[in-house]
Write a new protein. Structure first.
Length: 318
């Protein structure tokens, strides 16, 4: 019988999700069977220190619709998503997290909405079940990201959604070294919408995103998708130059009229330190952009696959 492409592919980056995978698989199968029994589930193990890969092998061994991809090292969540997308073949692709905060049953809502003519349907976490600090830092990040990129961002929308094949194929043509899936999907356009979905508490394990990782991700994404920080510091430099010019005129006329003595050592040192800090900050910002450019021109692979397991081939490829 000739192999046909699945109707739906589900791409799941996995890191420290060993305790969730059996339940996630079972709930996915029940949900996807209600749409179309012709589906595939792609687990991408991002070099998890737990036994995630062992469990993925067990699941793939018992169900030919499960595919396991084991990355050679930890490349990050969005690079792992890219790996899963590269190996997906479905007409519709669902991207979700593997910690069960994204509830598999919500795929039914996403798919039904997509049938109204949308090529992208985002899941909006209207009642987000995260701790206060994580929610507030997320709001701050998306506000800052919206401002610096002149785009509209929603802190309740993450990776979870359903995307048509044409959308994913277009996203995969973007070969930037730094990957951030939600922004890439928004950038390519197409007919999109958002719907409210249920979001669960994380009852097993802890998020691998520490504050430092979130901060680094925010900085990387802003530098990768916007040149507005450079424009802001340029405008700041022009504004400081104008203020200096106005102050020079003030000093000149003050000296002519002898209304007050010229400012002495204290004001001079404050000005030097202030302007030096501005100059160093501008150089540092420009250096970060140069560093990002350097990383891009090296053209290294976004990820490296260590193993792929597909039961239909009855083997492990390396």
């Amino acid at each position: 019988m000739e192999n046909t492409k699945p109707h739906i592919s589900v791409v799941i980056p996995v890191y420290n999700c060993a305790d969730c995978l059996y339940e996630l698989y079972n709930r996915l199968v029940i949900t996807l069977d209600q749409i179309n029994s012709d589906f595939e589930i792609i687990f991408v193990n991002d070099a998890s220190p737990q036994n995630d890969w062992k469990i993925i092998l067990e699941l793939a061994g018992q169900d030919s619709r499960v595919k396991g991809i084991n990355l050679s090292r930890n490349f990050g969540q969005h690079n792992a998503i890219t790996a899963g997308l590269d190996f997906s073949t479905g007409e519709w692709i669902v991207v979700m997290d593997g910690d069960l905060q994204d509830q598999p049953e919500e795929i039914l809502k996403l798919y039904q909405k997509a049938q109204d003519g949308f090529q992208i349907v985002f899941g909006r976490r209207f009642n987000r079940q995260d701790n206060y600090w994580k929610k507030q830092s997320s709001k701050l990040f998306y506000w800052l990201f919206s401002y610096l990129t002149d785009t509209k961002q929603d802190d309740t929308v993450a990776n979870y959604g359903i995307y048509h094949r044409v959308v994913i194929d277009t996203v995969l043509t973007m070969k930037e070294n730094l990957r951030y899936f939600p922004t890439a999907v928004r950038w390519v356009g197409f007919h999109s919408t958002s719907i409210d979905i249920l979001h669960s508490n994380r009852n097993i394990g802890m998020s691998s995103y520490s504050f430092k990782k979130r901060l680094n991700l925010a900085l990387d994404v802003i530098l990768a998708f916007s040149d507005k920080p450079l424009r802001i510091v340029t405008q700041l430099g022009v504004a400081l130059s104008l203020l200096s010019f106005v102050y020079a005129i003030y000093i000149f006329f003050g000296a002519l009229l002898n209304s007050k003595p010229v400012a002495g050592w204290s004001s001079l040192m404050v000005s030097i330190w202030f302007l030096s800090g501005i100059i160093i900050s501008i150089l540092g910002l420009a250096g970060m952009y140069i560093c990002k450019t350097f990383n891009e021109v090296k053209n290294r692979p976004i990820y490296v696959v260590g193993e792929i397991f597909e039961n239909k081939n009855n083997n492990v490829s390396t």
